[in-house]
Design a protein. Structure first.
Length: 108
């Protein structure tokens, strides 16, 4: 798949305009991270739903038993996500780049 310079420029321009915002991702992590808000934004819906479920069950468990055993791993997961947000954005951009390149190559 060989793309012309113009096609590559168009792809990169589109990627730039559609790229996920790292600032917004961190804002969502800070404000809604415990509910997986940043993961929903970054398109990681499966793990976001798991995070939401663990959070909900964790809070219910904390209220009923006074033991935060589900919230502790969730806290660790959130700390790990601080470092995972940039790679998730890069991965999303790479996937979009490949999809756009395939579409452009198919129609040219």
């Amino acid at each position: 798949m060989s793309l012309s310079t113009e096609q590559r420029i168009v792809i990169e321009q589109r990627l730039t305009s559609e790229k996920k915002s790292i600032g917004l991702a961190y804002m969502l992590w800070l404000l809604l991270g415990i509910f997986g808000g940043h993961r929903f934004y970054l398109g990681r819906n499966g793990s976001a739903v798991v995070m939401l479920a663990v959070s909900t069950l964790g809070w219910i468990t904390l209220v009923l038993t006074d033991k935060p055993f589900l919230l502790v791993p969730l806290g660790v997961w959130l700390i790990v996500d601080i470092f995972q947000i940039p790679p998730m954005i890069r991965s999303d951009t790479d996937v979009r780049r490949n999809l756009l390149a395939c579409r452009v190559a198919r129609f040219s």
